[in-house]
Design a protein around this ligand. Structure first.
Ligand SMILES: Cc1cc2nc3c(=O)[nH]c(=O)nc-3n(C[C@H](O)[C@H](O)[C@H](O)COP(=O)(O)OP(=O)(O)OC[C@H]3O[C@@H](n4cnc5c(N)ncnc54)[C@H](O)[C@@H]3O)c2cc1C
Length: 808
């Protein structure tokens, strides 16, 4: 077919992701789409994938989307008439260590929250259903009924055939050579068959996606890595079965096993992985395999051959060593690229057969409706900044992800790859004081201070960690005197200009503060879903600071820029140029007073008031606000002065009982006040009425984004509400996403939790069915480490419910 001159949308890439995207655009939105493929359909990673799929994912939103992908296979097969070769015998993830077994029990409870239907299985069941599994050391497993595999060729063609039937043009053997923005706002694509213009471009270039990105000056944080699997001859034990054996993932053994006719596929995630062509596959790379490197993967193969002893006897039909792309966290990059008009990505996908259908669905929604239709932050291209594309950073983080693909992640574990990258100026002072750091968007941030114990190591644990005692001390100091937190993990945006107030008034659902005051300001999507839980401070009539989460920077910025008027408003990102610390606790005012000659009493600095103060040698912007529930201040300075500010505050505060504190203490303190935070309690999956953020909405405002939807919601009772629970638990706390039960029925789920050191309660924030709450919330239980524990709804937060300390 000849190349049209113009299309509304050009999708680059005929792998599983590009074909699914073109299909959904054509099916759901009747879009005018051209798919351009340099070779044949499936020419990239897709043709040689093992093409296994599963629904389980630690991100519930992604798990939901994987469920959609799996369900779609039957539909697309029926629609296209092309077999997907789907088989879904289910799969066991097996545990061979006590920690893993405990972890699987937690996971099973969490999957119950998602309604996936996963369940625990005994060793006897696993060996009976999978007779090639050696029982040695087997403690149990997690059974996912939605695990299986497809034929990658048939499945991708099924999408391509259906897309074509619904009007998409699928053009093969036509490489895109260059992409140029036109003054009209459209894109010009130069291809081997000539030029084509398009309003929107989707980079679904898979193995080549990094190179395609560079055509528009974009450096994507993705890299191909090589991956091996072997395919065996028929195995007598499987030939004797009258059912298909389920898949088996040996989590301690680094291998996965899939039935393949009457033989098996055994894939390996080795501990010594290899990157391949970090910049993307060369243009002349065809449908080739990489040479096998069996020596390198032999340690993991040996474990696999012990777990599945029949592999020692059976012939190996085929080795596959191919490449597919990874991002630092293993999730794909999807969505509109910040700063590039109508340029979209759908790449970096390492699990195309679990996620491909859903990526096509959400991207098509997003391109045509302006909203992906689900909370997909975990896949959003805007979750990374430029730092993540650095070659060394990318190698280290993707390598870490690959080698830990099946390795258990403990909640108190901080992984080392790509660190330290960004350190605040006070980093050395914090290190010297015993800080143990976590990392947020590349920035080192103290989690707690192992004060006085330089050799302390926190052993990985799913129960209360050994660092608990340090956190307890930090909480005590904050409640009794003061705590000093490095608040570098906040993002800060400056909005100024004659149109600033009118623009923010439209963007934010709250009333704008007076000059010198701050306010909490939920931001909504037109659908009424939450888009942000910012604080807004008015520094002058036409000058505002918005503060949100540091890791989320690119995400709101994209939203702001999409809504920015042509003139009259300037937007600047101050997140790296300015740094904040939080000082809170009953002595915090005394500490400030010792450092400035200005008055700092409530008349000068009331709750949510702001002032510029000289604190010792630094001039700082001080805002009276805290997340600990204490009298407290956020103190912001140009980044280069943060070290001086830190040491100045330490000098004044230590004699008054102040301690430096980390994020773990802040979590404990915020939970005692029942405060939620973005991505846990507040996210696009939730609404103002569900989350309680509706109390910050100014209902008298005639116009703001999401107003109509929020008003409509106000008329109804939301199905669930965010509440604080105290859980009866002796040595473990919730980790997040655990189900909440009432009379044995699932009625909600936990969003976050920890131990409240001051109130001596294990606390959890949870969304719980409104009907259950209205009926008194009797007999609540929360599963901790898979075991239901009694829980009580705290109608009043356990610490200072009247907020006297905060406002005092
Ligand atoms: C050995 C191996 C085992 C795997 N096992 C599994 C598994 O069990 N389960 C699973 O879910 N996934 C598995 N995968 C990963 C899976 O293959 C990928 O997630 C998936 O194929 C990614 O699809 P894609 O469409 O993003 O990329 P690709 O398949 O790489 O497709 C990109 C397409 O874009 C085209 N293209 C690129 N640049 C241009 C250009 N400039 N102009 C025109 N066309 C262009 C390419 O020719 C190619 O066809 C495996 C992969 C390998 C290699």
């Amino acid at each position: 077919m000849t190349l049209p001159k113009h299309a509304q949308i050009v999708v680059i890439g005929g792998g599983i992701i590009g074909c699914s995207t073109a299909y959904h655009l054509a099916r759901d939105h009747k879009a005018d789409v051209i798919l351009l493929e340099q070779g044949k359909i499936t020419s990239g990673s897709t043709w040689h994938a093992a093409a296994g799929f599963h629904v389980l994912n630690s991100d519930p939103n992604i798990a939901g989307l994987q469920g959609y992908t799996v369900k779609l296979y039957r539909d697309i097969e029926a629609e296209s008439g092309q077999s997907c070769g789907m088989h879904m015998p289910g799969g066991y993830s097996i545990a061979t260590s006590p920690e893993r077994w405990e972890w699987l029990q937690t996971e099973t409870a969490i999957y119950e929250t998602l309604g996936i239907g996963a369940r625990l299985a005994t060793p006897e069941e696993i060996v009976e259903r999978c007779p090639i599994v050696a029982p040695q050391g087997l403690l149990g497993g997690l059974f996912d009924p939605h695990e299986g595999a497809v034929d990658p060729h048939g499945t991708t063609h099924a999408f391509a055939i259906s897309a074509r039937r619904r009007g998409a043009d699928v053009i093969l053997r036509n490489r895109v050579l260059a992409i140029t923005p036109l003054p009209s706002g459209e894109w010009r694509l130069d291809t081997e068959q000539g030029p084509v213009t398009a309003e929107h471009v989707v980079n679904a270039g898979g193995l080549w996606a990094r190179r395609v990105g560079r055509m528009v000056g974009l450096d994507l944080p993705i890299t191909p890595m090589s991956h091996h699997y072997l395919v065996t001859d028929d195995i007598p034990a499987l030939m004797a079965l009258d059912y298909e054996m389920p898949c088996v993932t040996d989590l301690e053994g680094f291998t996965y096993l899939q039935p393949e006719k009457k033989g098996v596929i055994l894939g390996v995630y080795e501990r010594d992985p290899r990157h391949w062509q970090v910049d993307g596959a060369p243009w002349d790379y065809g449908m080739d395999l990489l040479p096998e490197d069996i020596d390198r993967i032999s340690p993991e193969l040996a474990i696999g051959f012990e777990r599945f002893p029949c592999l020692q006897e059976v012939g190996i039909k085929r080795w596959v060593n191919g490449a597919f792309t990874f991002t630092p966290d293993g999730n794909p990059l999807v969505g509109p690229v910040p700063g590039l008009r109508n340029f979209w990505v759908a790449c970096g996908c390492m699990a195309g057969f679990s996620q491909g259908g859903a990526i096509g669905l959400v991207l098509a929604n997003w391109m045509t409706q302006g909203d992906p239709g689900a909370d997909i932050f975990g896949m959003d291209v805007a979750r990374y900044g430029a730092f993540a594309s650095n070659d060394r950073y990318l190698r280290e983080t993707t390598g870490q992800f690959y080698r830990r693909r099946f390795v258990m992640a403990y909640p108190n574990e901080e992984l080392p790859a790509g660190r330290p990258l960004k350190t605040t100026p006070a980093y050395d002072l914090q290190s010297a004081a015993g800080a143990r750091f976590g990392v947020v968007w590349g920035m080192e941030n103290p989690q707690y201070y192992a004060a006085g114990e330089p050799d302390f190591i926190d052993p990985p644990s799913v129960r209360r960690a050994a660092c608990h005692r340090f956190v307890a001390e930090e909480v005590r100091a904050t409640r009794e005197a003061a705590g000093l937190l490095d608040a570098g993990v906040y993002a800060r945006y400056e909005v100024s200009g004659p149109g600033a107030a009118a623009w923010l008034d439209h963007l934010l659902s709250s009333r704008l503060p007076e000059v010198g005051r701050a306010r909490l300001a939920p931001m909504l999507a037109p659908s009424g879903q939450l888009m942000g839980d910012l604080s807004v401070t008015r520094l002058a009539t036409d000058l505002f600071w918005l503060v949100g989460s540091y890791y989320l920077q690119e995400w709101p910025l994209r939203w702001f820029r999409d809504h920015l008027p042509a003139a009259g408003v300037q937007l600047a990102n101050l997140s790296e140029s300015h740094l904040a610390v939080s000082l809170s606790g009953p002595r915090s005012r005394d500490i400030l007073a010792a450092l400035t000659k200005e008055p700092v009493d409530s008349s000068r600095l009331p709750f949510l008031g702001t002032a510029e103060l000289d604190l010792g040698a630094v001039r700082a912007r001080v805002l009276r606000m805290s997340l600990t529930g204490e009298l407290g201040y956020e103190i912001t300075v140009p980044a280069l002065q943060q070290r001086t500010l830190w040491s100045t505050l330490l000098e004044a505060g230590i004699p008054l009982g102040m301690r430096p504190i980390g994020m773990r203490a802040q979590d404990s303190l915020r939970l005692e006040k029942g405060y939620g935070v973005w991505s846990l309690e507040f996210a696009p999956s939730y609404t103002p009425a569900m989350s309680g953020l509706d109390r910050f909405i100014d209902w008298t405002k005639p116009d703001f984004i999401g107003r109509a939807a929020a008003l409509a919601e106000r008329e109804r009772n939301p199905p669930q509400r965010l509440v604080l629970l105290a859980v009866d638990s002796a040595d473990a706390d919730v980790l997040g996403r655990e189900p909440v039960f009432a009379a044995g029925r699932r009625v909600g789920f936990v969003t976050s939790g920890t131990y409240g050191h001051h109130v001596a309660l294990s606390l959890a924030l949870a969304y719980v069915d409104t009907a259950v709450l209205e009926a008194g919330a009797h007999g609540l239980e929360v599963a901790i480490l898979g075991q239901p524990r009694p829980a009580t709804w705290l109608r009043e937060v356990p610490y200072d419910p009247q907020g006297r300390k905060l406002r005092g």
